[in-house]
Design a protein around this ligand. Sequence first.
Ligand SMILES: [Zn+2]
Length: 214
Amino acid sequence: MNQPTKKSKPVPAANASPARPTREEAEAAVRTLLRWAGDDPSREGLIDTPARVVRSYEEFFAGYAMDPDEYLRRTFEEVEGYDEMVLLRDIRVESYCEHHMVPIIGRAHVAYMPHRRVVGISKLARVVEAYAKRLQIQEKMTVQIANTINQVLEPMGVAVVIEASHQCMTTRGVHKPGVSMITSHMLGVFRSNPTTRKELMALLGSSGGNPLHP
Ligand SMILES: [Zn+2]
């Protein structure tokens, strides 16, 4: 994905919306879906399901209540002139397809070229999480992560690569398990300097698979 990008504002927290339904309304909606699926929401095994589903949604979509910019505000400037690439590889991504509301599971690689300051590496993973835990399409998520790091940290460049498999393709529709989608968004030196981009690709390809994420 290499189109020029505009500032993509984080979606406001869901609980900031006046139209947000109550928990009871959300649970009633789950009962409707259970009936739609052909089951009986009043049978013993399903009786607590609506409450569990609604609690699960709070986890799945926790990103709406996160402010990704905030994670990058605290930076470190005592870096002894460190000016080479910082790469965080294999960040687990658990997101949800906005068309089918089923999981998108994969990993993200986030690189940036610091300009006088660096950020705690866990914060890069937090930014990924804040955008992943929402209804998404992979392309948009990739651009949002890169743009946020670029705008808040103001580095020399940012690169985000995401590889993920979409359950809407594996468990329904065309049923193609094993297919993964790779998206990338490059800004600054990662876009303008082929050597930097090549270095990134070499680092990403250097050890094959990652045992943490087979
Ligand atoms: Zn989908």
